[in-house]
Design a binder for this molecule. Structure first.
Ligand SMILES: NC(=O)c1ccc[n+]([C@@H]2O[C@H](COP(=O)([O-])OP(=O)(O)OC[C@H]3O[C@@H](n4cnc5c(N)ncnc54)[C@H](O)[C@@H]3O)[C@@H](O)[C@H]2O)c1
Ligand SMILES: [Zn+2]
Ligand SMILES: [Zn+2]
Length: 349
């Protein structure tokens, strides 16, 4: 088969590799019908994730068809259409039993395209298949479902639910990449009075508006703090969500929240950020961090199936699998290409 193989920082190619086979009784082999690229894959290619070694097939999001199951798989059958989640889960360890699948102690968690070969391939081996996949309901397209592999549960769990967003709240989302935009979709489910989105790139802010943001602000030209103060009677936002992953935006998220409010960090950070305890100790803040667990995926599937959540605006570009290298080029230059999520399929859809 062919797969997108990592060969060290900056090096990747769509090349021939052996087909995956069942290694553990709980494995399934899935033919990939739709797959996407994550910002995290760009971090890997940038050399920021040293555990990913030369020869690793990348990718942790896919929709596919089960072609083989190990003898220990109970819930899946050959021919099932499944979502392959970015998080795998043994289902038995202390954390899996709490729904904290991201922290799985038995070799689950974020492993696909990280510690084991991933989904950017014609075929993928999925460990702990019963607990790491979700059946695609009839009538839901591969593309709609694919958005539930990573970005939607991340924004919903780590942003919206950790942020404890409530109806009529003012929420400020900093960063309008796929994660921030998915947070807009998730926030809308809770009917906030105002969704404010902050970015530096106008095309991203236009996208935020199209996704349903009420107010979009460019940190370069707008006085974000003053505008949020005016909007909230001087108090600050009820909830702020950080969707960038740099110290400045985390510090901004803390500065913009009201007393008693919630700061939900979603960004993956590579550098320390300053926490101004001397200002905030008195403000009764709740600050949360998190790796996605995907415990909310069944909820999100229900929302898509019932038409309450439309993930399709997230998809800006489509390719066939043999165009994987071009797809990386387009996704990697999102500022120029306007790419949000790209979808690759075996043949053109
Ligand atoms: N916690 C998790 O489980 C999890 C899962 C997936 C992704 N993430 C992280 O979420 C973050 C966002 O992911 P993404 O795919 O949307 O990334 P992205 O790079 O596509 O988007 C980031 C956005 O932030 C904007 N930005 C940059 N500097 C800014 C600033 N100073 N002020 C305002 N906006 C600024 C950029 O213009 C861009 O639109 C990343 O750090 C990613 O690694 C976390
Ligand atoms: Zn991802
Ligand atoms: Zn586990």
């Amino acid at each position: 088969m062919k797969a997108l193989v990592f060969h060290g920082p900056g090096q990747r190619s769509w090349e021939d590799v052996p087909n995956p086979t069942i290694q553990d009784p709980t494995d399934a082999i899935v033919r990939v019908d739709a797959v996407t690229i994550c910002g995290t894959d760009l971090h890997i290619l940038g050399g920021d994730v040293p555990e990913v070694t030369d020869g690793r097939i990348l990718g942790h999001e896919a929709v596919g068809t089960v072609v083989e199951i190990g003898p220990g798989v109970r819930n899946l059958a050959v021919g099932d259409r499944v979502l392959v989640s970015c998080i795998s889960a043994c289902g038995r360890c202390r954390f899996c039993r709490e729904g904290r699948y991201g922290q799985c102690l038995n070799g689950g968690g974020w492993i696909l395209g990280h510690l084991i070969d991933g989904t950017q391939a014609e075929i993928v081996r999925v460990p702990f298949a019963d607990n790491s996949t979700h059946k695609v309901p009839d009538g839901v397209s591969d593309e709609q479902m694919l958005m539930l592999a990573d970005i939607l549960p991340t924004s919903y769990e780590v942003g919206v639910l950790n942020g404890a967003l409530r109806p009529a709240d003012v929420v400020v989302i900093i960063g309008a990449g796929p994660i921030g935009l998915a947070a807009v979709l998730g926030a809308k489910l809770f009917s906030p009075s105002h969704i404010v989105v902050v970015d530096l790139v106008d095309s991203r802010l236009d996208a935020a508006k199209a996704f349903g943001a009420d107010i979009v602000l460019n940190s370069k030209s707008d006085d974000v703090a003053a505008i949020v103060r005016d909007l909230t009677g001087g108090l600050g936002a009820d909830v702020t969500m950080e969707a960038v992953g740099i110290p400045e935006t985390f510090e901004q998220a803390v500065a913009l929240v009201r007393p008693g409010g919630h700061v939900a960090n979603m960004g993956v950070h590579g550098a320390p950020a300053m926490l101004h305890l001397e200002d905030i100790w008195i403000k009764d803040l709740t600050i949360t961090t998190g790796l996605v667990d995907t415990y909310s995926t069944p909820t999100l599937i229900g929302l898509v199936e019932s038409g309450r959540l439309d993930t399709s605006p997230m998809i800006t570009h489509r390719f066939t699998l043999d165009q994987f290298e071009e797809a990386y080029d387009v996704f990697g230059k999102a500022g120029e290409t306007g790419a949000l999520k790209v979808v690759l399929t075996p043949t053109r859809t």
